[in-house]
Design a protein. Structure first.
Length: 87
């Protein structure tokens, strides 16, 4: 049931990562790697949704010209991914 909205969010994030936004391209550099890591089968659905939210917020911040804030969101997403891998 949650897969359809999550898939839509992932597609939207990939679109943002591929967009011609100049400076935002540098800002969204971590996005493809994090998206790939998010596809691990061992990742539970709740964590996957939290990460998708963080990545969506980071992409929005990049578009708004807030790369420092976006990097914090990317770092939080990476931390969630890594902590889930350790479990």
């Amino acid at each position: 049931m949650l897969k359809l909205p999550l898939c839509a969010a992932v597609a939207g994030l990939l679109w943002l990562a591929a967009g011609p936004a100049g400076a935002a391209d540098d800002c969204t550099e971590p996005l493809p790697e994090l998206m790939q890591m998010m596809q691990r089968p061992a990742l539970d659905e709740i964590t996957r949704e939290k990460i998708a939210t963080l990545l969506d917020e980071a992409a929005d911040l990049c578009e708004e010209g807030e790369p420092e804030e976006a990097q914090i969101k990317f770092a939080n997403a990476l931390e969630l991914l890594e902590s889930n891998q350790e479990e």
